[in-house]
Design a protein around this ligand. Structure first.
Ligand SMILES: C[S@@+](CC[C@H](N)C(=O)[O-])C[C@H]1O[C@@H](n2cnc3c(N)ncnc32)[C@H](O)[C@@H]1O
Length: 380
């Protein structure tokens, strides 16, 4: 084992021990502030820790020592990309390619910059512990595949657009006709106050909005994405009654807000359409209901009955509005029928893989869907 402090720091980084790596790079830089490798890989450590602004500073320091280092330029480009600064990223990748024109990794990265969604920004993959939800969302579109066009989807809470791309791709692949997606979000942190610091920071700094804009630019051309910036209370009252076929509730997790979104969602949903949402890890009959009610204005907390972490505000609002619902790994959906909302099942439905997510998540999603057995099939 190496005793060289820089090598030790690099080993920590390579093995994913990011906090140890950060401490070790800091120690190296204390004694040698101009160590370009410590600045470069130390910068990428900060990036992986979600500290994007600090990462930029450190990589720029490295470039101050050698502005013609293609590796540092590539790294800075990756960080700028995940901050949603696509032009700055492009500049870095182009400069790196000028210095190393035969390098395929650089040319491929530059080439795909505008076509690939950004999924590495803080919290960009919401619900990453259950990526199969994306497949169930797409299956919801397939349940409405015979519905007259256009098929209009409303998404409340879009963040960086990972779910919006899922809806747009599902419309494109599983619905034969024109459709649209409307995304409502303030993208400024003024919604639910309970988000983790990295998500809050991304919302407050415009990173989330910039990444969202980039990500929806990668949606299929055939699907118009309409962007409505504001909370659901600002925007939904201005939308036409019964003008949507699917309403997806994934904004604030606090009970009063979710209740509002469900009530307005119901008004906006056409007959026979589907009201659905995210973050229903536990239903009322599965958790300690009294505890959930007492904590319904808390974002995320552990349920004393099961020990599982869940969103009590979602549990309570969904239960009070709809009772027990059909739910699939935290994604829930109900169909608006004359006799009231009815459960859906996916036994005749098709889903698609969320190929805009990194490959490891697509694989996990696939395994979960096969294990759950809710779906008729998955199409490519
Ligand atoms: C869980 S994230 C949405 C994740 C996104 N659907 C996805 O899967 O990629 C929640 C989003 O809801 C937004 N939000 C919070 N309160 C809201 C409200 N009252 N109305 C609309 N959006 C809200 C936040 O700004 C945040 O971007």
């Amino acid at each position: 084992m190496s005793t060289d402090p820089l090598q030790i720091a690099i080993d920590h980084f390579r093995n994913g021990r990011l906090t140890e790596a950060d401490n070790a790079f800091n120690a190296v830089l204390l004694s040698n502030p101009d160590n370009i490798d410590a600045l470069n890989i130390g910068g990428m450590t900060l990036f992986k820790l979600g500290r994007h602004d600090d990462a930029v500073k450190r990589l720029q320091q490295a470039l101050g020592l050698n502005a013609k280092n293609p590796g540092v330029l590539m790294n800075l480009g990756m960080v700028q990309r995940d901050r949603g600064l696509i032009d700055a990223a492009e500049e870095c990748f182009a400069a790196a390619l000028d210095l190393d024109p035969e390098n395929e990794l650089i040319s491929n990265t530059l080439d795909s910059l505008h076509r690939q969604p950004i999924t590495g920004a803080p919290g960009a993959l919401q619900g990453a512990h259950a990526p199969e939800r994306q497949i169930y969302m797409s299956a919801t579109v397939s349940l409405l595949s015979d519905r007259p066009s256009p098929l209009n989807i409303l998404e409340i809470g879009s963040y960086m657009g990972a779910s919006a791309i899922t809806w747009a791709k599902a419309l494109d692949k599983l619905y034969d006709g024109p459709g649209s997606l409307t995304c409502v979000d303030p993208w400024d942190g003024s919604g639910d106050a309970g988000y983790q610091a990295d998500v809050r920071g991304a919302l407050e700094s415009e990173t989330a909005y910039n990444v969202f804009r980039h990500n929806i630019s990668t949606c299929p051309d055939a699907v118009p994405v309409l962007v409505q910036r504001g909370t659901s209370r600002d925007i939904l009252p201005n939308l036409e009654t019964a003008s949507f076929d699917i309403v997806y509730v994934d904004g604030s997790h606090l009970s009063a807000d979710v209740q509002y979104d469900l009530q307005e969602g119901d008004r906006l949903l056409a007959d026979d359409g589907i009201l659905c949402g995210d973050d229903l890890e536990l239903q009322a009959h599965e958790c300690d209901l009294a505890f959930a009610r007492n904590n319904s204005e808390t974002d995320f907390i552990a349920d004393p009955k099961t020990g599982r972490k869940y969103h009590p505000g979602v549990t309570i609002a969904v239960f009070d509005f709809l009772g027990t619902v059909s739910a699939f790994s935290g994604f829930w959906a109900m169909r608006k029928m004359l006799e009231g909302y009815q459960p859906v099942d996916f036994q005749t439905a098709s889903g698609i893989f969320p190929t805009h997510w990194p490959a490891e998540f697509v694989e996990l999603a696939k395994q979960a869907v096969v294990r759950d057995g809710y779906l008729a099939n998955i199409v490519d």
